[in-house]
Design a protein around this ligand. Structure first.
Ligand SMILES: [Zn+2]
Length: 281
């Protein structure tokens, strides 16, 4: 369910520093692609290869996150466009390095596309030599899967950093603070949200005989400069224990809703009091 509450939206501004930082990340990624493809080739354990691919994606995503934050990028289209290049160029570089390796092995000059065709036809032996190797068309699936994992991680990382609240007045990123109220959930939050009573929601107290496995998580994201740009995210968390296994389900009720004057103060007072308590305890 969505509520007609004003949400934070990035202003669309960006600054050339973002572009420079992304270019740096892309160049570094193309260099790191060399040890990356070497490790992929020499490690025969598929689970480790998978971790390596995810790690490569995470490192590129971290570079993109840094470029967005340090470059103060509030333009989603620019950030996601640069993220595509940030994932694509290092991936292409890893195939290039792979082709160079094939060329070295056969010992005479070979074009990148011929080298990759040779690689495709050789494929990989999975397991202990039993069964046919993974080759030809199957190789496209492996490369496709690798590209999707890296691209997915980079787009997610960059997308979430450019969407996080920014104070245009102070030109700085807002900072999140979090508290939980156990014993209340969606059932108590939804009527308040429907009426737009954000103060009552931020000040909600646990019910007397409540089921404490359900809780509401509040994230108040605030400009540390002016304290006037303040946003509220509320999630419901349900913890279930099954066969000694604890699992947690999260549902976002509202995300980065703008708190107006009059709503900000009580919400900030509560989060600051609770954070203070935790520190002194
Ligand atoms: Zn500010």
């Amino acid at each position: 369910m969505s509520y007609p509450l004003p949400r934070y939206t990035p202003s669309g501004r960006f600054n050339p520093l973002t572009l420079a930082l992304f270019l740096g990340g892309i160049a570094a990624g193309a260099v790191v692609a060399w040890p990356y493809q070497l490790l992929l080739r020499v490690i025969p354990i598929i689970q480790l290869n998978f971790l390596l691919v995810a790690g490569f994606g995470a490192a590129l995503a971290a570079a993109g996150y840094y470029a967005v934050r340090t470059g103060h990028c509030r333009n989603r289209v620019v950030a996601l466009g640069l993220a595509l290049v940030l994932a694509g160029v290092p991936l292409a570089a890893s195939y290039y390095w792979e082709a160079k390796h094939v060329e070295d092995q056969i010992g005479f000059p070979t074009s990148v596309s011929d080298a990759l065709a040779i690689k495709r036809h050789a494929g990989w032996q999975i397991g202990h030599g039993s069964g046919s190797p993974l080759k030809d068309e199957a190789v496209y699936f492996v490369w496709g899967g690798e590209a999707l994992i890296v691209l997915g991680i980079v787009l997610f990382g960059v997308g979430s950093s450019v969407a996080s609240p920014y104070c245009e007045k102070c030109r700085r990123w807002c900072e999140p603070k979090q508290f939980y109220v156990a014993g209340v959930g969606r059932a108590q939050a939804e009527p308040l949200l429907a009426k737009g009573e954000l103060v009552a929601l931020a000040l909600i107290e646990p019910l007397a005989q409540a089921d404490r496995s359900t809780s509401l998580s509040f994230t108040i994201t605030e400009c540390p400069g002016c304290h006037e740009a303040v946003f509220l995210t509320v999630e419901e968390k349900i913890v279930t224990v099954k066969k000694n296994k604890t699992s947690e389900k999260k549902k976002t009720l509202i995300k980065d809703v703008v708190l107006a004057a009059g709503q900000r103060e009580p919400a900030l007072e509560r989060v600051n009091a609770l954070v203070g308590q935790k520190l002194s305890a």
